[in-house]
Ligand binder design. Structure first.
Ligand code: DAK
Length: 260
């Protein structure tokens, strides 16, 4: 696979996807969204990949938003259609991947950029990161899941404050309200994401997939998250990973999960 706007590098079961438009602060144009979608799908299909790390190129930005040049002239219909398509192609896709995705937020994460980070399963940030949903300052609202995922992560009151003021917050405030899990220096950011990925990759891929589906279920309408958890929990007992995990514990050895 060759890409123009992203870099993909896999090492020791960890796939790092880097959005690579540093001159535009990694703004998401439709070509980049399409490439990201393809790279995420390919990584999920690859059984050798256990964790994905997503970051931005350069020292300034994770992603400074959707590419304003591209959406400035959209009509109502185009906006609606592209929002629905974007949800499917990238943002819901990432949220529902069964390979865990860690967003390493290394600078500005604004608008569509923060929405992308929020679609990931875990977020860590560098201390220069600035996060926000400035859409209402451009006369639109967050269109890639931001009104839903921000409220889920930080609560409705804080989400509405951020959305309605269009204000950016720094990494420490983002940490305080639970928008990112950890804050470190820029040099320490990818090592931290990789360390977390290494811990995750030791665990059962089947149980991890189940845990993601189960946790996500709370946020799906028409699905009771507790029922989903019961169903997914039961399914674990029929897997080879469960057999291996429990056997290894009883035999006092490290588990070697077959991923089935
Ligand atoms: N789009 C396009 N170009 C961008 C960009 C963006 N979002 N953000 C930055 N750039 C470009 C700048 O235009 C500049 O390009 P040149 O002038 O050098 O050619 C270059 O990146 C460097 O930016 P600055 O010179 O502005 O850098 P500063 O350090 O001075 O400022 C900044 C950094 C992040 C504060 C500033 O660049 C900025 O305010 N950027 C815009 C932030 C923003 O408002 N982002 C958009 C949020 S709204 C949709 C669904 C969702 C969305 C849209 C449509 N549909 C379904 C249709 C989502 C919308 C959003 O994301």
């Amino acid at each position: 696979m060759s890409f123009k706007n992203i870099l993909v590098d896999s090492e020791e079961s960890i796939c790092t996807i880097t959005i690579n438009r540093p001159k535009q602060l990694n703004a998401l144009n439709s070509a980049t969204i399409a490439e990201l979608s393809e790279a995420f799908r390919a990584a999920e299909k690859d059984a050798a990949i256990k964790v994905i790390v997503l970051t931005g190129s350069g020292e300034k930005a994770f992603v400074a938003g959707a590419d304003i040049k591209e959406f400035a002239h959209f009509t109502t219909e185009e906006g609606k259609n592209l929002s629905a398509k974007g949800h499917q192609t990238l943002f819901d896709l990432v949220q529902n991947l069964v390979t865990p995705v860690i967003a390493a937020v290394n600078g500005f994460a604004l608008g569509g950029g923060l929405e992308l980070a929020m679609s990931c399963h875990i977020r860590v940030a560098s201390d220069n990161a600035k996060l926000g949903l400035p859409e209402v300052s451009l006369g639109v609202i967050p269109g890639y899941g931001g009104t839903q995922r921000l409220a889920q992560l930080v609560g409705k009151g804080r989400a509405l404050e951020l959305i309605l003021t269009a204000q950016m917050i720094g990494a420490d405030d983002a940490h305080r309200i639970g928008l990112v899990n950890h804050v470190v220096s820029q040099q320490e950011l990818l090592p931290l994401a990789n360390k977390m990925a290494s811990k995750i990759k030791r665990n059962s891929p089947v149980a991890i997939a189940s845990a993601i589906r189960s946790t996500n279920a709370q946020y799906e309408t028409a699905v009771n998250g507790f029922d989903k958890e019961i169903e997914e929990f039961g399914k674990c007992f029929g897997t080879e990973d469960f057999k291996e995990g429990t056997t290894a514990f009883l035999e006092k050895r490290k588990a070697k999960f077959p991923g089935k």
